[in-house]
Design a protein around this ligand. Structure first.
Ligand code: H2U
Length: 349
């Protein structure tokens, strides 16, 4: 029998995380009788603390903002000032100081807006603010994690369009492993892992979802989540958001709108996900071009599997052994390619 990746189970290697993913495409046909999620789109909160002019939990009043608005998180997981933990008595009990700051960034004053419904100019304003935040916080902190949790199913507390920014004095585990893996690849091949990866994907084309002059959105070969995508730059190998030129920022706004329109059109719902940016670490010693092993990229990690109501659970085998998926990344890319990228289902006349 000849191997067929859409029929036969196999494992795939993720070179960014040095881990393997189990792909079991033969399971795509299995019936579903488990949990379903509510299909209705999240409704704006009646008492929404992220609105212009609203009074937040700490008593502060938001200004009447008309574009983006950033404020310090009133319930931050990281504070700037904190005493150092005492040195542990045994190497099995390690602790270290963790300093940082957390911010919330509203994308738009209108609670019913989401990225695919915003104009490219409005999305561009979000990108410009991400760059400003990275510039400012990156001077002091070695990692600035920009992330958006979208949808109640992802634990998002408020459908108002917003993201969070957590800046930390330590390199968190995910980027630490990615930094190591890319460094090792670079020292072995004198090429950036992801620059080489994009080149190969552009030749193969099977996993590409959408592309413009500056960016490509693709389902990675090693994707763990059913419709996971990476958005990668095509030109100039930017290492951080602060390296992007005007053409790259504008084209990024375009591809974000189009990719998210596809996502929403796939199951005709406001597609939930966690998305975020990974680029070279920052900090007071970071300088442009100092991390040739890195390529800036965005990650979209959506949980939905087969409809607006059935999600993928990362549980048993995934938690205890390694990630597993049914649909192949190539099948996921093909399904997303088929979805319209210009007309959002809510705007179909
Ligand atoms: P989610 O993206 O997980 O929904 O988080 C929204 C954040 O907004 C959350 O971290 C913050 C919460 O702490 N927030 C405030 O800082 N002030 C408020 O008045 C409400 C919510």
């Amino acid at each position: 029998m000849e191997f067929n990746p859409t029929e036969h189970q196999h494992v795939r290697y993720n070179p960014l995380k040095d881990e393997w993913v189990l792909v079991s495409p033969h399971r795509c046909q299995r019936p579903w009788s488990g949990q379903t999620e509510a299909a209705v789109d999240d409704q704006p909160l009646a008492d929404n603390p992220l609105l212009p002019g609203a009074v937040r939990a700490n008593g502060q009043k938001n200004p009447n903002y008309t574009s983006t608005y950033v404020f310090p998180n009133d319930f931050p997981a990281l504070l700037e000032r904190v005493p150092e933990p005492v040195a542990p008595a045994h190497p099995l009990f390690q602790a270290a100081q963790a300093r940082g700051t957390c911010r919330v960034m509203c994308f738009h004053p209108d609670s019913s807006m989401t990225i695919p419904l915003m104009t490219t100019d409005e999305i561009l304003a979000v990108i410009e603010e991400w760059v400003n935040q990275l510039k400012e916080l990156g001077r002091r902190y070695c990692w600035v994690q920009i992330f958006e949790n979208k949808g109640a199913v992802m634990g998002c507390s408020n459908p108002h369009p917003h993201c969070q920014i957590w800046a930390s004095s330590f390199l968190p585990s995910e980027p630490r492993v990615k930094d190591r893996c890319q460094k090792e690849y670079y020292s072995k091949f004198r090429k950036a892992l992801l620059v080489e990866y994009v080149k190969q994907e552009l030749i193969n084309k099977e996993r590409i979802v959408i592309q413009n002059d500056e960016w490509v959105a693709l389902v990675p070969y090693w994707a763990a989540w059913p419709f996971e995508t990476m958005v990668l730059p095509l030109n100039g190998a930017p290492q951080r958001l602060t390296d992007l030129n005007e053409a790259q920022k504008r084209a990024l706004a375009d591809i974000m709108k189009q990719l998210n329109t596809k996502y929403d059109n796939l199951f005709k719902c406001s597609f939930p996900y966690s998305m975020g940016w990974h680029g070279a670490p920052t900090g007071p010693n970071a300088t442009p071009g100092d991390s040739p092993h890195w390529l800036l990229h965005a990650l979209y990690l959506p949980p939905l599997l087969r409809s607006a109501t059935v999600k993928k659970f990362m549980v048993g085998f995934e938690l205890l052994a390694q990630p597993q998926r049914d649909l192949t990344p190539e099948q996921a890319a093909a399904k997303l390619r088929e979805c319209d990228h210009l007309v959002h289902y809510k705007n179909v006349k």
